[in-house]
Design a protein around this ligand. Structure first.
Ligand SMILES: [Zn+2]
Length: 109
């Protein structure tokens, strides 16, 4: 993902409107690009501060920390999900192999 693409997706990321693949690409980019990270941080802090104003809570929230935690959390979620999909694929493949062997033995013996 390029910087331009990433910066265009900042608001969608904050509002959780990106697809899983986009979210993953987005987080991977900002983790290695300080320019986009800065941009994300500014937008995230503004959005979160506005939300607190709206809700009338006097914010002492550490937004930067909250952002980093959210990035970590959302990335871990995606990785867990990918792992589950891989496990599922392996299980399906193993079942197919077993099925193939069963068929083979049934056919030839
Ligand atoms: Zn960038």
């Amino acid at each position: 993902m390029t910087c331009q693409e990433t910066q265009r997706k900042i608001m969608s990321f904050i509002d959780r409107r990106l697809s899983k693949a986009e979210t993953q690409g987005f987080i991977e980019h900002v983790s290695s690009c300080s320019e986009c990270m800065d941009e994300l941080e500014i937008n995230y802090i503004m959005t979160a501060a506005m939300r607190e104003l709206d809700e009338g809570v006097e914010g002492e929230t550490d937004f930067k920390k909250a952002l980093l935690e959210e990035l970590d959390e959302r990335y871990e979620e995606l990785e867990l999900e990918n792992e589950r999909i891989n496990l599922l694929l392996i299980a399906v493949f193993a079942l197919m192999l077993v099925g193939l062997f069963a068929f083979f033995f049934w056919f030839f013996f």
